[in-house]
Design a protein around this ligand. Structure first.
Ligand SMILES: Cc1cc2nc3c(=O)[nH]c(=O)nc-3n(C[C@H](O)[C@H](O)[C@H](O)COP(=O)(O)OP(=O)(O)OC[C@H]3O[C@@H](n4cnc5c(N)ncnc54)[C@H](O)[C@@H]3O)c2cc1C
Length: 484
């Protein structure tokens, strides 16, 4: 049995902690916030609103790899997953396209809308080949490593390619390309350097298994994982900010953390960090020069409606993206340097699923888009508040175009920015996704175990990438390293 201290209760830390505790290790989890979950949390607001911090859609919770983890942790008995009826709706410069769930259905809908069956088939063949090669990679043999370019031809060929590069090869129709990139904001900003491998893995997962929400909010999953830790003798200490990782020579020996102004020390055989490598090595006093670019952040306008908007406006899409201002990938790219309200965004309408976030008469929504910390820097408190207020009004006014009269139904509105993400998650530049999944950065060996200190491990968005699934998988990767 190892004495394992985990720093940070995001999905990575919680999954690792729950699995390790259930495997019989002594787990202590330290979280600086008063609740567990990191991005996977909810908060309450007056009017009976349970506001979802981050989750819009996660990919298939019943897919094989997650199923193994969730079965082990009894997730399905305690957490209910609900599914929107379509993957997303996107407003393009020429009309509105609804992307259904399921590879065949998606191909059929795309072919009915766009006159490019060849390009559509080629795209889906490619993303499915990449996804299948990636599964094979999990059980790679020594001879396959030696012959990697031949044994994993598709991965090898595409390892340095960007999404835009590949789409430009496969098709000419710019509107079709935009539709295939619709939900890019959940991973990255630019199509020009976004790894085609990352895009393919994520999109294949969403197309084949659909997008899902957690009834009652993502906090349900986080709280359940926390309960597995405590049920197996582990301890969770909240409002505990870890500021030092102790080690003798290369061997990690413990951490110290601050709680209510007092410093506490904890011995550990193993330390698992849910923080970035930069912050982790700084806590350990170990030199680390980061050469990777960091992922983008997101702003979110949380909206509580005095009425259930599905009742008011009828059945509609759960996730609606707005690409109507762009007629090409280049126009989309140019918008990234424009003011926030000119960039693409999504409106998530939680009333379209049985979200459990409000009473039936009311509902919640969220408008979310790419954000950069620089958008908010250099402002004093008043200027920051004024900029937030202006963006809030601009976004609500924009929503009126699709939901006339909706501003009258807004009972609660609150904007979270990159600065908010930075404050609550402690992530550098407020990134929601760890390192940027660019073609030159993704698909390198994930740094799950430290090469600088013995018995130091990493979990969370910094390991495989951002998102619920990669964070959960990173936790399982560390737990498996301690399987007896
Ligand atoms: C607005 C938003 C929307 C999103 N939407 C989706 C979505 O729809 N689907 C999807 O799959 N993903 C989505 N994501 C991304 C996904 O939520 C995250 O990538 C994932 O949850 C990150 O998990 P993590 O393990 O890296 O931990 P994080 O969520 O980053 O949490 C890290 C935890 O560590 C704690 N911590 C850090 N430093 C310390 C310290 N020194 N001492 C103590 N505690 C510390 C923090 O307080 C935090 O609780 C979204 C993210 C955001 C922000």
């Amino acid at each position: 049995m190892k004495n394992i201290v985990i720093l940070g209760a995001g999905l990575g830390g919680l999954t690792a902690g729950a699995m390790l505790a259930k495997m019989g290790h002594k787990v202590t989890l330290l979280e600086q916030h008063k609740i567990v979950g990191g991005s996977a949390t909810t908060f309450k607001r007056r009017g009976g609103f349970t506001v979802e911090v981050g989750l819009h859609e996660m990919d298939d919770p019943f897919e094989e790899t997650k199923q193994e983890i969730f079965d082990f942790l009894d997730v399905y008995e305690h957490v209910e997953f609900v599914q929107p009826k379509e993957l997303f709706k996107v407003k393009t410069s020429k009309g509105t396209f609804v992307m259904p769930e399921g590879i065949d259905a998606a191909k059929k809908a795309l072919k009915a809308y766009f006159d490019d069956a060849k390009g559509i088939d080629a795209y889906f063949t490619l993303i499915s080949e990449i996804a299948h090669d990636y599964v094979r990679l999990q059980t790679i043999t020594w001879w396959q490593k030696l012959l990697f370019p031949f044994a994993f031809r598709i991965l090898f060929k595409n390892r340095n390619r960007s999404l835009k590069e590949v789409l430009d090869i496969l098709m000419d129709n710019e509107e079709l390309k935009l539709v295939l990139c619709t939900n890019i904001q959940y991973y990255h900003d630019s199509t020009k350097d976004f790894s085609i491998l990352y895009h393919a893995l994520a999109q294949y997962g969403y197309y084949s298994g659909g997008g899902w929400y957690i009834k009652g909010g993502s906090q349900k999953l986080s709280d359940h994982l926390a309960s597995v830790i405590t049920a197996h003798g582990g301890e969770i200490i909240k409002k505990a900010f870890v500021d030092k990782i102790e080690h003798q020579a290369k061997k990690v020996t413990g951490v110290s953390y601050k709680k209510k102004g007092e410093t506490h020390n904890l011995e550990a055989d193993v330390v698992v960090s849910n923080a970035s490598p930069m912050q982790t090595y700084e806590m350990a006093g170990v030199d680390y020069e980061n050469s990777k670019t960091l992922g983008v952040s997101l702003y979110t306008l949380y909206l509580g409606f005095s009425q259930n908007i599905k009742t008011v406006y009828g059945t509609g899409a759960y996730s609606s993206f707005d690409f109507s201002q762009f007629d090409s990938l280049d126009a989309y790219e140019n918008s990234l340097s424009q003011p926030i309200e000119k960039r693409t965004k999504v409106f998530v309408d939680y009333s379209q699923v049985d979200s459990g976030l409000t009473e039936d008469e009311k509902s919640l929504g969220a408008i979310c888009g790419v954000d950069y910390i620089e958008d908010w820097q250099g402002l004093d408190d008043d200027a920051y508040k004024a900029k937030k207020e202006a963006l809030t009004q601009a976004l609500i006014t924009d929503l009126e175009k699709d939901y006339p009269g909706i501003s009258e139904l807004v009972e609660y509105a609150e904007l979270g920015t990159a600065k908010t993400v930075q404050r609550y998650l402690q992530t550098p530049v407020g990134t929601a996704y760890g390192f940027a999944p660019t073609a030159s950065q993704f698909f390198r060996t994930p740094e799950s175990s430290s090469d600088k200190l013995d018995n130091l491990y990493f979990v969370g968005a910094w390991v495989i990438g951002g998102g619920f699934t990669p964070a959960i998988m990173s936790g399982a990767m560390v737990a498996k390293a301690f399987k007896k």
